[in-house]
Ligand binder design. Structure first.
Ligand code: ZN
Length: 333
């Protein structure tokens, strides 16, 4: 098993360079990848800020390139820390933009969809017992973050499984939803290098955030259930190196995935115990586990709770009790 540094060196020898671009978010820097091939490609861009733009330009410069030279930008998923600079990069370079085809409407209508996403989140929070003033506060935080995003016009929509050909390699685009509905990973089968963005992160468990489905339906997705299915598919891939959207490369993705799934299993049992003690709303469960963090990070913690409760509901151990206003979880039987 090689070290993360060794993995980055091996990737660099294959012409894949990690650029660490600053973000204003708690997650810290985002990893974008310069692919020195034909076309000259950037995978993710970082958020829409002057600081990110300056760093992108100077880090490309360290490899003898400039934003103007880019010919293709690949977008891994819909989160703004990954794609905020795409439009500016495209304006300067004229690069094509490749992303999952079924996400292209979402990416093109950024402002509208950010509103839809916020409304969806507020409805979900109220349904799960989060007080109105908390949802209002979170909504204004979310609005203030929107400036770091941007709309993205996809010129090369990719189908799930489509192979993108470069001069020196091919990358297969594979849809692996869960962390977000549009998560797409890029597989270099010959070199066994997987560019996975936020699908897998070494130092943090990727949050399966509940977000509106890409097909425009209003149904509440089971994000964690989907994410676990996606991870199990990735587990079967013979990757040597997994390049993430944050932090260090992963050199044993099977062990990491097993660890993540065991962690979800433990959290699921903890939540089951709380529900077996007494019927509780998603908000009450989040408070029981995280205390005040359930208020300041209400949507994140609620997504976690609902994700695990979905697993329990699917197993038939927990049922939802809906009083018309708030949904609560009760032990089945
Ligand atoms: Zn993300």
């Amino acid at each position: 098993m090689q070290s993360p540094e060794g993995a980055l060196e091996q990737a660099a020898l294959a012409g894949i360079h990690c650029l660490r671009i600053p973000t204003p978010f708690a997650v810290g820097r985002v990893n974008c990848y310069l692919l020195e091939d034909d076309p000259l490609t950037l995978i993710d861009t970082g958020p829409n800020s002057g600081k990110a733009l300056d760093e992108l330009q100077s880090q490309l410069g360290e490899h003898g390139h400039s934003i103007d030279d880019l010919e293709l930008v690949i977008v891994t998923h819909q989160h703004i820390d990954h794609l905020g600079l795409v439009e500016i990069v495209v304006q300067r370079s004229g690069a094509e933009v490749a992303a999952l085809g079924i996400a292209s409407d979402r990416l093109a209508n950024f402002d509208e969809d950010a509103e839809t996403e916020d409304r969806f989140a507020v409805e979900l929070m109220l349904r799960n017992g989060i007080p109105e003033e908390v949802t209002a506060a979170l909504r204004s935080v979310s609005r203030s973050f929107r400036a770091w995003g941007s709309q993205v016009t996809v010129t090369k929509p990719l189908a799930d499984g489509e192979v993108v050909a470069f001069r020196d390699r091919t990358l297969q685009a594979i849809h692996r939803p869960g962390h977000s509905p549009s998560d797409t990973i890029f597989w270099d089968e010959e070199r066994r290098i997987l560019i996975a963005a936020d699908h897998l992160i070494a130092h943090i468990s990727s949050n399966p955030l509940i977000s509106p489905p890409l097909d425009g339906s209003r149904e509440r997705p089971q994000a964690l259930v989907t994410y676990i299915e996606s991870m199990l598919k990735t587990r079967e891939m013979p990757a040597e190196i997994v390049l993430s959207g944050h932090g260090e490369p992963i050199t044993d993705h099977v062990a990491l995935i097993d660890d993540r799934i065991a962690g979800h299993e433990r959290r699921k049992e903890k939540i089951y115990k709380l529900i077996a003690e007494q019927t509780r709303s998603g908000y009450e469960l989040a408070q029981a586990i995280w205390g005040n963090v359930a208020v300041t990070q209400a949507f994140l913690t609620l997504s976690e709770v609902i994700g695990h409760a979905d697993l329990l509901v699917n197993e038939g151990r927990v049922r939802e009790v809906d009083d018309g206003e708030v949904v609560r979880y009760a032990a089945a039987g």
